[in-house]
Design a protein around this ligand. Sequence first.
Ligand SMILES: *Cc1c(COP(=O)(O)O)cnc(C)c1O
Length: 431
Amino acid sequence: MLCDNISVNGKGHLCFARQDVVTLAEKYGTPLYIMDEDKVREKCAIYKKALTEAFGNGSFPLYASKALSCKQIYRIMKDENMGIDVVSPGEIYTASEAGFPMARAFFHGNNKTDADIRFAMDRGVGVFVCDGEDELLAIDKAAAEKGIKQRVMLRLTPGIDPHTHAKISTGKVDSKFGAGIETGQAASLVATALGHKNIELCGYHCHIGSQIFEISPFISAADIMLGFSAGIKKTLGYEAEMLNLGGGMGVRYTEEQPQIDYARNISGIAAEIKEKCASLGLKVPKILMEPGRSIVADAGLTVYEAGSIKQIPGFKNYVSIDGGMTDNPRYALYEAPYTVCLANRMEDKKDFPCTVAGRCCESGDLIQEGVLLPKPKRGDLVAVFTTGAYNYSMASNYNRVGRPAMVFLRGGDSYVAVRRESFEDIARNDI
Ligand SMILES: *Cc1c(COP(=O)(O)O)cnc(C)c1O
């Protein structure tokens, strides 16, 4: 199986976290996002333990909440003692309304408006991850007005190509994010930060991309960041207290992709960081990581009802579902691979090659092509695995389709964490 929370019961039904997905679909309706809360907590614990073991207290993971943002996930992160990464005032609002201790929130983004900056300070966001010179000045000005010293990390681009999809690669020098090390802009940003009295510089950040399976890109990024830090120590006398290596560890979406041992990866990266620090004469900084996808992706599954089955002789077959790009735009965006099955007929022979299509008026509204399923009938349940990350958070109301409900599973129970959008919700702001 793709992940150890997937199984099949005696009725031939798909089970997720040992609960019958057919029963859940009957109880809560379709389309339905299902989240395995125990798996989310298990992943948090793996990252926390691995970072503490490798680097001691003060090194910890931040959950990159753009992967899945809703009040309940922030409550879980609070409970698990995680930090969080937030990228918008909407995420800041949701987290702080959920009671998350905002001192443990890190505010990202390549275009924070003055209003965003003030809002984040009002809500007590602990650290700003600053993207460039003019933002730094805006943060200093807002902090001065509030009479505070704002803790800031600087986002730098180490110039790494992590060999992932171009749209999720972010650490190259021509990226829209951060200040380039090789262009000299990073060094000048540090000097600016040190010269402003309402800024408390606490270190450097980089994020090289997403869905990365090897550790070598992380090691290269860490080497470059530490080399930069050593250079700044020499020229400006400043030594970074924290180094944030961003997120990006891969997740298994199909059987062909490898299973990642996150703890082993972190200890591999740690060994390299310690060696590099020793050779550069640096203290080992506190190391932060910002996993998003690898915390929630395989803790999620989406279940749909099959509707129209279309066979085009000599061409291909379509199975249409009651959701699609509105709840999962990732295939439409970048042909993201997914594993699909019929949740109510897990033991039936898979002999029907098909394209799983959404219900929107777009030919590109597909969930996956080249899928092998038992020949579906109207009313069968189609399950798509590994949808916990970048599905609900990327969902839209295109075609005025409401977002699905989200149910969390915990220790054999289930509960609604996000209600299904009603017609009234969809038309709420229309005048
Ligand atoms: C997207 C993002 C992450 C999370 O990436 P994953 O691949 O989901 O782990 C972390 N940090 C930053 C700055 C990001 O933009």
